[in-house]
Design a binder for this molecule. Sequence first.
Ligand code: HEC
Length: 159
Amino acid sequence: MPRRALMKNKLALSAVLFCAVFAVAVFAGLKTLRAQTAAATVPGKWYSAEQVALGEDVFNAHCLSCHGVRARGAENWRKPLASGAYPPPPLDGSAHTWHHSLAQLRRSVENGGAAFGGQMPPFGEVLSEEERDAVIAYFQSLWPGRVYEIWSEKINRRK
Ligand code: HEC
């Protein structure tokens, strides 16, 4: 092949390669952007509005019967029952739920109360990880802003 034709071929090949790399980069960039938009968190919170919406459905289906409307808890939840067990506490930031880190809350929902002699059933088999995180997002969305702030700054470091 004459030298010039060879050069031309090389140029064409480089152009094709460049376009291919460029296309892949644009595609990857768009994908990341879309993933970020979908997972956009509520400002200052670890969770997204989508998680809160899903979590509300999960809560109403699986938790409301014990923890009450909008997670307000059973009446007299501080007073042990005759059996010695405690009634379901509020999860809405008015009781002690905010004294636990996200890791601890995840374990409570996954394993229930059996580990510490409690009554709460485990949800590890009943709900997916996505649903369990969403339901935590939901009841945390009911916490007063200041309670969430203190939790986020001081409590949530614990494993
Ligand atoms: C059968 C009643 C019952 C159901 C259903 C139930 N819980 Fe509970 N939950 C309890 C009780 C009672 C406690 C107090 C600890 C114990 O006895 O296990 C508790 C404790 C908790 C705690 C720890 C609260 C704290 O302040 O330490 C969390 C978090 C929690 N529940 C979340 C949930 C979520 C989320 C659901 C639904 C997916 C749910 N619970 C469903 C009865 C229930």
